[in-house]
Design a binder for this molecule. Structure first.
Ligand SMILES: [Zn+2]
Length: 546
């Protein structure tokens, strides 16, 4: 989970037992601005400005610590940096201010941290101005305390955030800066004394222990994370392919590189991974965008219809051909033609397709004249065409023609970072009035294997949107498959429609796992001889003794 995927307001819930509002898992008290202003006024009058400031700072610090731990438990953050950045969205969610980070240096290895940013529409500054007029120095103590506490929890030791200038002084907005206390020239104990935080020291220790565990997990992935940090994620929504993962970013990078050429592209990916979306992306970036993008699913039509659909026919070519018809190869003009499930193309049409690619010409059914092909061909399959070619189920020469540039779309379970952005995208499409997801629903969605990939996710969002209406999406609104209802073992083995041989191989593996590797027992369950089992495991043929 990344910070940009957090919506502060989604954390607002209702305690099912007592009906109190919740912020994450913690009970929430809602207090309006007017009584808060009165309380603040009293504090300043009774304790003096400095005393009141310390109290606010301390209150904010504890609230910030609590929020950070709350948030660490609610979501699985990609890394500490994302967890840290999520604090900004959270403070916005509290209604205290809108926070914008302008500068962030996060280098745990070098023990270096620098946070710079601004607070817009600070409630504290507003209250101050209404009560006391223009301030002589910065006064957003709850905010600085809260930001300090949150950052300290993430950083694992004291971080102090200071307000450099404040809207209460007559500025447009407040400006703040945060560093580890040592970098301010203070000792951690000084800060604790300053905040009178000794009473929460225990709490800090407890937090640190919890954090050490999360931290070591994060460190294990640090190489990958460093790469992620360096890469600025491009705002992908506008380009039509929703993604957050590095794997998908690499696929799209390759797509942008190969898009301008006319070379044939072969896209491989499990069912539902979005092969047509990638094909459209290629088309869009190809310089052919002004020309048509035509798509056809080769598995959806019987061979004779498919032939005339692809290559066209002349009047009288067959019964019902009462006029000439242009095929898709010609109709696509200088655009792109997308052949989905190309592995299902019958052998005789494979020959015609090969000719179209080699000679750049097609001949309509019943016709005697060739027509030129100018379109770029993008093919896709969820089957392993290379293997099919080896086994004689697909023309090898055609395979090599198609696979000049092979591209692979990874299944959703291998790019979990994309799940939430995609879920939000589909939810907005099917249920624009939805207030979003409860944290528990997010956790379930991120844990699910999504055997049906993006299409399954899309269907799940449509389903959840219908069930939840204007409510927040909770676990009860998600399809049973996602919430971990009884799993269909066949679906787990065959969700990507493998070949029969592949299915048998997977099932054999499943049975072997079930028997704990006992081959004799596995062979008994499978009803085959142990020699056959042995051959299967070695990847050999299937002629067996029955
Ligand atoms: Zn301020």
């Amino acid at each position: 989970m990344r910070a940009e995927d957090l919506r502060g307001l989604e954390l607002l819930g209702e305690d099912p037992k007592h009906g109190f509002p919740l912020f994450g898992n913690a009970r929430l008290m809602i207090m309006g601005m007017v009584p808060l202003a009165r309380l603040h006024q009293d504090l300043v009058r009774r304790l003096g400005e400095e005393g009141a400031a310390k109290m606010c700072l301390r209150y904010g610090y504890e609230a910030g610590l609590g929020m950070a731990t709350n948030l660490a438990g609610l979501y699985q953050w990609d890394d500490d940096l994302e967890w840290l950045k999520a604090g900004s969205a959270l403070r916005h969610g509290t209604g205290l201010a809108r926070e914008e980070l302008s500068h962030l240096e996060f280098e745990p290895a070098a023990r270096h941290l620098l946070i710079k940013g601004r607070w817009l529409l600070s409630m504290e500054a507003e209250i101050w101005r209404q009560t006391f007029g223009t301030a002589a120095h910065p006064i957003c103590h709850i905010l600085t305390g809260m930001t300090s506490g949150y950052a300290s929890a993430v950083w694992g030791s004291e971080v102090l955030v200071r307000e450099i200038s404040c809207a209460a002084q007559g500025h447009d907005h407040c400006v703040f800066e945060g560093r580890p206390v040592q970098e301010w020239g203070m000792q951690p104990q000084e800060m604790r004394d300053f905040l009178a935080l000794d009473t929460v020291e225990e709490e800090v220790r407890r937090l640190k222990n919890a954090l050490a565990k999360a931290r070591s997990e994060a460190l294990a992935q640090s190489a990958e994370l460093e790469r992620l940090r360096r890469r600025q994620t491009v705002p992908s929504e506008s380009e039509g392919v929703i993604h957050r993962s590095e794997t998908m970013a690499r696929v799209l990078e390759l797509a942008r590189k190969v898009a301008p050429s006319s070379t044939t592209v072969l896209i491989h990916g499990e069912t539902g991974t979005g092969k047509e979306v990638l094909a459209r992306y290629l088309h869009h970036h190809s310089g052919r965008a002004a020309h048509p993008f035509l798509a056809i699913n080769c598995a959806a039509l019987p061979p004779n219809l498919l032939e005339s659909e692809l290559f066209g026919h002349v009047k009288g070519a067959f019964t019902g051909a009462d006029r000439d018809k242009k095929g898709l190869f010609v109709e696509a003009g200088q655009g792109s033609l997308f052949l989905d499930e190309v592995g299902e193309l019958p052998l005789e049409l494979q020959a015609k397709l090969l000719r179209a690619l080699q000679e750049r010409e097609v001949r309509p059914v019943g016709g005697s004249r060739d027509q030129p092909v100018k379109a770029r061909i993008i093919a896709a399959s969820n089957r392993n065409l290379k293997k099919m070619a080896r086994q004689g189920q697909f023309r090898e020469d055609l395979y090599f023609r198609l696979a000049v540039i092979p591209m692979e779309i990874p299944p959703l379970r291998e790019r979990r970072q994309d799940i939430l952005p995609l879920a939000r995208f589909f939810l907005a499409r099917y249920c624009p009035q939805s207030p979003g997801f409860a944290p528990e629903a997010v956790r379930l969605m991120q844990a699910h294997a999504w055997p049906g990939n993006v299409r399954e996710l899309e269907n799940a969002m449509e389903y959840a949107g219908v069930l939840a209406g204007q409510e927040r999406i909770g676990p009860e609104h998600l399809p049973q498959a996602v919430t971990g209802g009884p799993e269909d073992p066949l679906a787990a083995l065959a969700s990507d429609f493998p070949s029969q041989e592949e299915l048998v191989r997977r099932y054999t593996g499943q049975v072997l796992r079930h028997t704990g590797g006992n081959k004799a027992q596995a062979a008994r369950i499978l009803g085959i001889g142990s020699n056959t089992l042995w051959r299967r495991l070695r990847g050999g043929g299937e002629e067996d003794e029955k």
